[in-house]
Design a protein around this ligand. Structure first.
Ligand code: SF4
Ligand SMILES: [Zn+2]
Length: 377
């Protein structure tokens, strides 16, 4: 019965011109099954959170970066029978029922009140673990309130939200958002491209849009004076370490080519109740080596100009995140941080550790494995 309701809901969403639906395949059925099992033991709840980071530029200028996570119904793609993306567990923290505009306003005001004293320029990151321009997740009234409220705060320099490309086709929503935020305040949209390779996005990530859709979304964002940050996934499941390295660098270059202003290189972290966790528990998936992450950051930096590169490995050094042998993890993380801080690969000092040779050998040997063979496993 529940499943039928969702099909009806998805049909409505379809009429709304947002998500193209393929019939659920074996992968999506398994993703869905893993989620539902988790949901049975973890009833929905409003799980909001927020934090402040003070970022310092190489020239010593400090900016308050305020992140607020709102609790919405959850990503429409993750709730759909198609199951959502193989690595994404964010929907597990969502409310999984429609959330009213009043409730979303309350969440924003409550979380924001913690940062009234934040100093200097402010950058707001407003995340809803889905799509800010999806009316099912955040309706027009709530969207207007959030943007107007943040734009009216002292020293707001930038507001960052996240969206899926299909919602960037709804130009009236982008136009209205831009109306609420005066143009002296930057408006940035993070789009989860993950990879510029359509086959990898579909077969390894279970994300159902194309690079062409992403390119159109970037164009539309620009039309309304919005910047785009491309989120890329380092090492989707079923890829070898070497393929993951090549794929991330190519995707960063492709993203820059179509005009994004920033590329966020996200190393996989194994989240609960996901297909990636299912594979990881069976020893069929290992998050990327930190050597791979450093290499991707450096190569991307050297290949792209005028595009900011971002990389902060979540759970770096832990088994569920990008990791090396354990002895050199902190040192490699520090080098990644330095390269990012100065946006310059030449500042990296490659630490010496015996595991580097092992990693080089893996990368070399994996080049003998053709992608299609590996994908069939
Ligand atoms: S990665 Fe994005 S699109 Fe995919 S399920 Fe998670 S929130 Fe939804
Ligand atoms: Zn090591």
């Amino acid at each position: 019965m529940k499943f039928n309701n969702e099909v009806v809901l998805m049909s409505k969403t379809l009429e709304d011109g947002m998500i193209s639906l393929n019939a659920p395949n074996t992968t999506s059925k398994l993703i869905r099954e893993l989620r539902e099992k988790y949901w049975r033991d973890h009833p929905p709840n409003y799980r909001t959170s927020s934090w402040l980071e003070v970022k310092e530029s190489p020239f010593g200028k400090k900016t308050s970066v305020i992140t607020i996570i709102l609790s919405t119904r959850g990503c429409t793609w993750a709730i759909a029978p198609q199951g959502g993306c193989t690595m994404c567990g964010y929907v597990n923290d969502s409310y999984r029922e429609r959330v009213t505009a009043e409730e979303l306003k309350r969440q924003l005001l409550r979380e924001h009140s913690r940062f009234n004293d934040a100093n200097g320029d402010r950058i707001y990151k407003i995340y809803n673990s889905g799509s800010f321009f999806d009316n099912v997740e955040i309706n027009e009234e709530a969207r207007e309130f959030i943007l107007k409220y943040l734009a009216s705060q002292p020293n707001t320099k930038k507001i960052i939200v996240e969206a899926r490309p299909e919602h960037m086709m709804r130009e009236e929503r982008l136009a209205r958002a831009r109306e609420h935020v005066p143009t002296h305040i930057e408006l940035e949209v993070g789009l989860g491209l993950e990879t510029s390779n359509d086959k990898i996005r579909k077969d390894c990530i279970n994300k159902d849009f194309t690079f062409e859709d992403f390119t159109k979304a970037v164009k539309n964002a620009k039309k309304y004076d919005m910047q785009v940050k491309s989120y890329l996934m380092i090492k989707p499941p079923h890829l070898t370490e070497h393929e993951a390295l090549q794929d991330a660098v190519k995707s960063a270059i492709d993203s820059a080519r179509v005009g994004v202003s920033a590329v966020s290189l996200n190393a996989m972290n194994v989240q609960a109740a996901t297909l990636v966790e299912y594979l990881w528990k069976q020893g069929k998936y290992r998050p990327p080596w930190l050597w791979t992450v450093l290499e991707i950051v450096m190569q991307s930096m050297d290949s792209i100009s005028d595009t900011e590169i971002i990389c902060e490995p979540v759970a770096g050094g832990l088994q569920r995140g990008a990791h090396n042998c354990g002895k050199c993890d902190a040192k490699v993380m520090r080098e990644i941080e330095q390269v990012i801080k100065f946006q310059d690969s030449s500042v990296a000092r490659i630490p010496s550790c015996s595991c580097r040779e092992r990693w080089e050998l893996i990368i070399e040997q994996e080049q003998l494995i053709p992608f299609s063979l590996n994908l069939q496993e």
